[in-house]
Design a protein around this ligand. Structure first.
Ligand SMILES: Cc1cc2nc3c(=O)[nH]c(=O)nc-3n(C[C@H](O)[C@H](O)[C@H](O)COP(=O)(O)OP(=O)(O)OC[C@H]3O[C@@H](n4cnc5c(N)ncnc54)[C@H](O)[C@@H]3O)c2cc1C
Length: 415
């Protein structure tokens, strides 16, 4: 049997390792449009700021593919799937080749969104921060950069801003919405983050949508935003990421915002599975969503690998916890902000909030002190009725005991 995996990120690698654990003999081919071995993009900002060395990005030894008997086709993009003939096309035009598969895993991740602004796509000095090549492009240009504009204030944008500040660059973050971290935080917590960014010298401009990148063949000269030109020599476009499903058009694989999969990570077509940032499936509360993060990619990859080999396992659903450090201060969130009520605790410059609906936690946001984020998230996932201990929820020391089954009553000693 030949298994072809599109991708070389955590979803792909988790699936390949699972498959090899179950079957030492089947053929595994991994295809990646990048030429480098498996790495983590999570510390790319730290790599730019030089606090993480390049070697630490790579999460497997050099011999990994050889040791697991995995054939690699790196530096080649998958461009089409012919599900009737069970063939994957690599490359395009005269150079296109085809790979036959018995089972196919699509773990091609997400793509950085590059808005169609004049000058954004073709002016030297504009980068995303999605891949190792992006980070290395930024590093190669840094020597000639005094000022940078970061488009977008999601967690990747803010990580990029911090890294550049730490490299001595004057940074402006522009955000089209009225606050930073709009997907993660409400306005009150976002205001704390904005203050911290400003304290560290970041020029934060909210309600400021990018309109154009100005410059020429020599490079970026400014970003026009909110009618104002902001001079800079570098632009980091951090306008979000999106599953890259365009190349699957015509394949018959059902897609919406992402590749649609069931709880076995199976697509609508036999023998074809998907995992990682590219999928759209139920979250742990049963709502169909796209939630790209590392744990979801690893868990989804494992579940896909098991089911591809005939071991039936079901995915409990995508989890959506976000954590970011704002100049070393942690900020986290999960779930929604649309509760009926919210609990809030402010202490020592920190703020913790939980949103409640029908006596249950539906989301949380934490600034400064993120302890317990996982526990509250688990209480939400398990649908625990917190009504009877609501007052204790945000108190210091609230603990794991609330998730444990109550101990049985002590046995009565016979009289
Ligand atoms: C800067 C940054 C910081 C992050 N920080 C965190 C964090 O702190 N915590 C967290 O949980 N998550 C974080 N993430 C997100 C996390 O890295 C992703 O959720 C995770 O890597 C997704 O894994 P994946 O396997 O689905 O896809 P990816 O890791 O994106 O890998 C996709 C693979 O597919 C390949 N590929 C894509 N298209 C094709 C094609 N057409 N043909 C062939 N190959 C293709 C790519 O080359 C790559 O090998 C961060 C991401 C970035 C960019």
């Amino acid at each position: 049997m030949r298994i072809v995996i599109v991708g070389n990120g955590p979803a792909a690698v988790a699936a390949a390792e699972t498959i090899r654990d179950l079957d030492g003999g089947c053929g595994i081919v991994m295809v990646s449009q990048e030429s480098v071995p498996f790495y983590s993009p999570c510390p790319l900002a730290e790599y730019v700021e030089a606090s993480v060395p390049r070697a630490h990005l790579f999460l497997r030894p050099e011999s990994f593919y050889r040791d697991l008997g995995i054939e690699t086709r790196f530096g080649l993009a998958a461009t089409a799937v012919d599900s009737a003939a069970r063939k994957l096309t690599l490359g395009s035009g005269a150079a296109a080749t085809q790979l036959e598969y018995d089972r196919l895993l699509i773990a091609a991740g997400a793509r950085a969104v590059m808005p169609p602004l004049p000058g954004l796509a073709d002016t030297p000095g504009v980068f995303a921060l999605k891949t190792l090549a992006d980070a290395e492009g930024i590093l190669a240009r840094l020597a000639q950069v005094r000022r940078a504009v970061v488009i977008g204030s999601g967690f990747i944008g803010l990580e990029a801003a911090q890294a550049l500040v730490r490299k001595g660059v004057a940074v402006t973050v522009i955000e089209a919405m009225g606050q930073v971290l709009p997907q993660m935080l409400d306005a009150e917590l976002a205001a704390l983050v904005e203050s911290r960014l400003r304290e560290h010298g970041v020029d934060v401009r909210t309600n400021s949508a990018a309109q154009a990148v100005l410059g020429g063949a020599a490079g970026v000269a400014a970003v026009k935003a909110g009618g104002v030109d902001i001079p800079c020599e570098l632009v980091v476009c951090a306008a979000g990421v999106r599953p890259d499903v365009a190349w699957l058009a015509g394949s018959g694989i059902a897609t919406a915002a992402g590749v649609l999969v069931d709880d076995r990570m199976a697509t609508n077509l036999p023998g074809i599975y998907a995992a990682g940032d590219i999928v759209e499936t139920n979250d742990s509360l049963g709502q169909r969503r796209v939630i790209g993060n590392w744990p979801n990619a690893v868990n989804g990859g494992r579940i896909a690998g098991l089911n591809m080999m005939g071991v039936e396992r079901r995915y409990r659903g995508l989890d959506g916890i976000n954590v970011v450090r704002i100049f070393d201060l942690p900020v986290s969130s999960f779930g929604g902000r649309d509760g009926e009520r919210s609990l809030c605790r402010k202490e020592g410059g920190h703020m913790r909030k939980l949103a409640l609906r029908n006596g249950r936690i539906v989301g949380g946001q934490f600034y400064g002190d993120v302890n317990g984020t996982g526990l509250y998230h688990e209480l939400m996932n398990k649908g625990v009725d917190v009504g009877s201990f609501e007052d204790e929820l945000l108190a210091p020391g609230f603990g794991i005991g609330r998730l444990m089954p109550q101990p049985p009553l002590p046995l009565r000693r016979a009289a």
